[in-house]
Every structure is written in C-alpha cells, then in structure tokens.
Write a protein that binds this ligand. Structure first.
Ligand SMILES: [Zn+2]
Ligand SMILES: [Zn+2]
Length: 263
C-alpha cells in the first residue's frame, strides 16, 4: 500500500531482500506478491530471505489457492557472514552480519566501477563503435604499428562515482560491522531507542541513536540514515539530535521520504 501511495512502480522490482522474520520486516510481502500476481506480472522475481520464508509463503499461497502468474526464485540466506549473494552488470550485493534475537541479515549494495565518459567534441570522426567502447574502458586507440593514435586521457573524462549503500537493521550495536561498511556513501542503521534506554536496547538486541551515530563515525561513512524508531517516540527530533551530537551528517528515515545515496 505504501508502494502504491508513493508511486513506486511494482513491475520494476526485480529483487527483494528480507532481513529477518520479525513481522515488521516482511508481513507486507504476501500482499505485495499477491498484488503483483493480480497485475499479471510475468517476469521472474528474485527473493532473498531467511530459511523458513519460502515455507511461510507457500502455506499462504496454498490456503488462499493462489497460483502466481510469475516465478519466484527463492534464494535462501544460509549464513550470516559477509557473503556475495547477488551480482549483475551494475551492482553487487553482500550480506552483513547483524546481531539480533533471531537470525538477521544486513545488506551491502555496491555499484561496480563505471565506464569513462566520452567527450563528444574531442572525438575524432573516424573512430568505430568498437573503438569507442575501448575508450570507455580506459584504453588508448593504437594504429597498425602500435603507436598511440588517440590518447584516452584526451578524449574521455573520469567515470561517475560508484555508489554504496549499507542497510543494517535490526541489530544491536556491534563494532565488527565497521570494516564491512567503512566509507560507504549511505549507511542505514536502526536507532530504535534513545540512549537513556540503552539497557533496553541491549536486552532487545536493538540500537540507540547515539550508537548508530557512533558506528557511522567509526566507520567514516559519508552519511547516516537512522530509522526503525520505537512507537513510544511521538516526536523524533530527540533521536535526530542525539545522533547529530556524535555524527553530523544524519537524517531521519521517515515514511515517504526519498533519500538519494549521494546528497
Ligand atoms: Zn527484529
Ligand atoms: Zn524490526
């Protein structure tokens, strides 16, 4: 319903990553899959999730007599260590170890290095399409004798930056995460409580706003996004201020807000 409300095109969703089996993280999934079916989705959907998720879904489909119009490729997450679980031409996805009351996975999304940009008005007219592609990959164009005909640096510019995003929820504060999320452009880290409830955070395997910010600081990430706030906080400003006192470049993840990976 939120995807509809915020006009996210469901047909463009190719991969879904579920962190763990607490209800607040996947109870909407069955509804979403059913809606995709009602909209006659025909292309495959990749679903990455904990052991048990496939069984839960198949029971729901069985008793609702739902025979999906599309195929779900279920990828069961088998270990909570750092591991590559997805790769295409543009990105890789690794799992991140969370520490929670039940098995829980974070996800690290990284764009692969991008191709160099061609500077159109500097390109000699005689270049062929294969030569243009070689230039994008950073090669010089040579003549038959092996001399440089077109120097790469003169006709191309630096590629766009490859972005990175780490999703860390739900988890207690744990510094062994730092090497995996070091320098990412955007870190989403849960911040369920204020520091005054840090005992409760430890007990329930959640984090405080100050802890999320401390992790961002120590991992030298570019920006921090905090979320997963306890419903007890009607006003979220104290959570933002508490995080800001430790790490300045922080935003609240609130419903409906669009946050770019880069600013
Ligand atoms: Zn949870
Ligand atoms: Zn949760």
């Amino acid at each position: 319903m939120q995807l509809l409300r915020y006009k996210v095109k469901q047909q463009r969703i190719a991969n879904i990553f579920i962190s763990h089996l607490h209800g607040d993280h996947y109870f909407g999934l069955f509804g979403l899959l059913s809606t995709m079916h009602l909209q006659n989705r025909s292309h495959d959907l990749n679903l990455f999730g904990p052991p048990g998720l496939a069984e839960i879904l198949s029971i729901q489909f069985k008793y609702s007599h739902t025979y999906l119009s599309f195929r779900i490729n279920f990828h069961e997450l088998d270990t909570t260590v750092y591991k590559k679980i997805f790769e295409d031409n543009a990105i890789t996805v690794h799992t991140l170890p969370m520490q929670h009351r039940i098995a829980c996975w974070g996800f690290l999304f990284r764009e692969k290095p991008k191709l160099r940009h061609l500077i159109k008005d500097k390109l000699p007219a005689f270049l062929t399409p294969p030569q243009l592609i070689r230039l994008k990959f950073g090669e010089d164009i040579l003549d038959e004798t092996g001399n440089i005909l077109v120097a790469n640096a003169e006709v191309t510019s630096e590629p766009s930056r490859s972005r990175s995003y780490a999703f860390c929820s739900d988890t207690r504060y744990q510094e062994n995460l730092i090497p995996y999320v070091k320098n990412v452009d955007l870190l989403y880290h849960e911040a369920t409580f204020l520091e005054e409830l840090c005992d409760r955070a430890v007990h329930t395997c959640h984090s405080t706003a100050r802890q999320a910010a401390t992790l961002a600081l120590k991992a030298e990430v570019k920006r921090l996004l905090i979320g997963h706030f306890s419903v007890r906080y009607k006003d979220l400003n104290p959570l933002l201020l508490e995080a800001k006192a430790v790490f300045d470049n922080v935003q609240l993840a609130t419903e409906g807000k669009t946050v770019g990976i880069l600013e």
